[in-house]
Ligand binder design. Structure first.
Ligand code: ASP
Length: 336
């Protein structure tokens, strides 16, 4: 794609963003109009590849926050944590942070992880009463001899580091849970547009790559359930020499194929991020007899700033901030 065509596309897209009404700290009240899955080459004449931030779903504000931070020269790790923080605080998002849907016993439990450009990783699993769990995962990475803290241990560590105790169950989430209990039918919804796990990847001005992934997991899961999002190689993987990948969707299925690690390894062997995401989805689909009943989506970026995305079912979009513009891009899917 020529630079001019790219600019035409992005300016059209950014028009649709400026017309979206944004409430402070809330998800966008108007639906985004995603562009089609358009693989853009940052190497096009005169186009600066970095910084770039991408994230799962239409989390426009979160990606914008990360993109602006990157433009202000912060590191990719700081940028992804600042970006996902927007959704962790968003009480109208029922799958991340405060306001997340509870497990079937009414507990909101969060999973999160981060990876930095040195290949370091930190995660917290099944944490209650703390909303900024990506920042907490970073603390685990930087200030403990461990990589993962779970449950009460993670919560106690958070208080020791000055995080404040919060009730994560909002009135709305509680009401929805009370309603759910009437049937207690457990069936994760295939696509929850713009309201899902946020996984974010960023390349800063130095060309260094980091990622973060944060979620309340599946609504009405069993107590103690942990999905893929905080598990290295499944929900997120970064190799600063190659690229990064992040997943959203049914965690049980992502875990079994270690999808994010797989994508990075496929890129190491020469695949474009788009092909690598397609192959990772194909592996799941080929092994599963019931892929029609669940959604999984991946986004990936390589060191050159090329981006790819693929999902099982139509409806998944991702955000891409580059060259000062924040675009919502429709992912290609296995099932049309
Ligand atoms: N992957 C998350 C989990 O399984 C959920 C999601 O992304 O929708 O916990």
């Amino acid at each position: 794609m020529k630079r001019r065509t790219f600019l035409e596309k992005t300016s059209l897209t950014s028009l649709s963003f400026t017309s979206a009404i944004l409430l402070p700290g809330c998800i966008q009240s108007k639906k985004l109009t995603p562009t089609n899955n358009n693989e853009l080459s940052p190497q096009e004449e005169g186009f600066p590849p970095f910084p770039i931030a991408i994230c799962t779903w239409g989390f426009m504000d979160a990606n914008q926050a990360a993109g602006e931070a990157l433009m202000n020269n912060v590191s990719s790790l700081d940028a992804v944590i600042q970006g996902v923080h927007v959704e962790e605080q968003n009480i109208y998002n029922t799958t991340v942070g405060k306001g997340g849907a509870p497990d079937r016993d009414g507990n909101v439990t969060l999973d999160a992880c981060v990876m930095n450009s040195d290949g370091n990783y930190g995660a917290v699993l099944c944490v209650q009463n703390i909303s900024n769990v990506a920042a907490l995962a970073r603390k685990v990475m930087e200030e403990t001899p461990h990589a993962i803290l779970a449950g009460q241990g993670a919560e106690d560590f958070a208080y020791a580091k000055g995080f404040k105790k919060e009730n994560l169950l909002t009135k709305d989430s509680e009401q929805a849970w009370e309603e759910w209990k009437k049937s207690s039918h457990y069936k994760p919804v295939i696509n929850i547009e713009n309201h899902d796990t946020i996984g974010m990847l960023a390349i800063d001005k130095n060309g260094d790559l980091s990622g973060a992934c944060t979620t309340s997991g599946l609504a009405y899961k069993m107590k103690g359930r942990v999905g893929d999002s905080a598990i290295i190689g499944a929900g997120l993987y970064i190799d600063n020499e190659i690229g990064g990948a992040v997943a959203t969707g049914l965690g049980e299925e992502v875990l079994k194929t270690v999808g994010s690690f797989l994508i990075v390894e496929l890129m190491r062997n020469g695949m474009h991020p788009q092909q690598a995401c397609e192959e990772a989805i194909r592996r799941i689909v080929n092994k599963s007899t019931n892929y029609k009943d669940f959604q999984i989506a991946y986004i990936a970026i390589n060191k050159a700033g090329e981006v790819g995305s693929f999902c099982i079912h139509e409806g998944f979009t991702y955000m891409k901030f580059q060259d000062g513009k924040n675009m919502n891009v429709r992912s290609a899917s296995y099932v049309k």
